[in-house]
Design a binder for this molecule. Structure first.
Ligand code: PLP
Length: 364
């Protein structure tokens, strides 16, 4: 619905709103949400306790420089605290980047099956989103480099990527960073970095270059999606610019406290990584044995391929009757796939069993 005289900025009404993963199912009693890549184990008990403790001081504005959390992140990730910026989810860091570096006439480049907030934030800033084709659901560095123009201001690559779960090598990422035109900033989205053993989201590349920034989140392995907190790390010139568009109290006190406790609880994070890897491997094997193959995933979800888009839609409907809510990928241009978050053991076994029945002919 549009108004005659009060009109949004050009392009705003062309944005396709973000479609969040469903949280309700049509059938079954117990709903298991496997549609938003949340951590089935929840946050560290220490993070939960810190969040609850923060409820004792709700009348006070949060700290605005986030120093304590930035120090904790610096300690755990071996980065420089003064070049960390915190946001209300990494979504907010993505928006800061678009608002700071891209405007009317500029292009924001991302790969074909890139996270849908990249085009949304680009368009909200007045810029034009541009997609580069992927190869077998993998980011294609040559295609990204070929799509660069003198108007390209930002290039977003999630590694591992959502919704494909695939990952490309550090050497490929470095080749991309070196090949970009001089006015373009490379954004490495590490929302799923913690799920990859020994991987720090290309922090070393951020360190060694002046055109690379990294975004990270507390919503995935840290189990704090509901608290809305993420962070970015980059060269001083980028972080200084982003801090000019950041609101002083953009992150709540409870989220800051929970995130700090979460990042410092390395044992719990490692336990979550190991559990995820175990059940991800198990589920992938189970599904490939019933002709639902998927690429190797490096994240906390797998993306099996169905015979066609109708089969994927029917499987989605069937899973819902069992209370299993997964993510249909038609909006990403992948209608023959479903994205299934790796839940706990019970959830993984339930998915495998339901899809086995489905492949044997069961229908919703
Ligand atoms: C690749 C990627 N980047 C960023 C985000 C945003 O996460 P948040 O805003 O919760 O930090 C997500 C969430 O699904 C994601 O998959």
């Amino acid at each position: 619905m549009s108004h005659k005289t009060i009109i949004p900025q050009p392009g705003i009404l062309n944005i396709s709103p973000y479609v969040a993963g469903k949280s309700v199912a049509k059938g079954g009693n117990r709903v298991t949400k496997l549609s938003s890549n949340e951590n089935p184990l929840g946050p560290s008990p220490m993070a939960r306790a810190a969040y609850i403790e923060a409820a004792g001081a709700l009348e006070t504005y949060p700290n605005s420089d986030h120093a304590s959390l930035r120090e904790a992140i610096a300690k755990v990730h071996g980065v420089a605290a003064e070049r960390v910026i915190c946001g209300a989810g990494s979504d907010e860091i993505i928006a800061f980047l678009c608002n700071t570096y891209a405007g009317t006439g500029d292009e924001v480049l991302y790969s074909q099956y890139g996270f849908s907030m990249y085009p949304i934030s680009a368009m909200a800033a007045g810029a034009t989103p541009v997609q580069a084709e992927e190869t077998n659901l993998h980011t294609d560095v040559d295609a990204l480099l070929a799509a660069c123009t003198e108007r390209t201001k930002l290039v977003f690559v999630a590694n591992p990527n959502n919704p494909t779960g695939t990952m490309i090598s550090e050497a490929e990422i470095a080749r991309l960073a070196s090949g970009l035109p001089p006015q373009a900033l490379l954004v490495l989205d590490g929302a799923y970095a913690e799920f990859v053993e020994g991987f720090n989201g290309h922090a070393a590349l951020v360190e060694s270059r002046d055109n690379v920034v990294m975004t990270r989140t507390f919503s995935k392995i840290y189990g704090l999606g509901g608290a809305r907190i993420g962070w970015g790390y980059g060269p001083a010139h980028v972080i200084e610019a982003l801090n000019r568009v950041r609101g002083p109290f953009n992150v709540s006190a409870a989220a800051l406290a929970a995130a700090e406790a979460a990042v410092l609880d390395g044992d719990y994070t490692e336990k979550c990584r190991v559990e995820n890897a175990k059940w991800r491997g198990w589920l992938r094997n189970e599904l490939s044995a019933i002709d639902l193959a998927s690429n190797k995933s490096f994240a906390n979800f797998i993306v099996p391929k169905f015979a066609n888009k109708q089969a994927a839609a029917e499987a989605d409907a069937y899973l819902q009757t069992k209370g299993l809510v997964v993510r249909a990928l038609g909006g990403y241009g992948l209608p023959e796939y479903l994205r299934i978050t790796i839940g706990d053991e019970i959830a993984c076994r339930a998915v495998a069993s339901a899809l086995t029945d489905f492949m044997k002919g069961a229908r919703a």
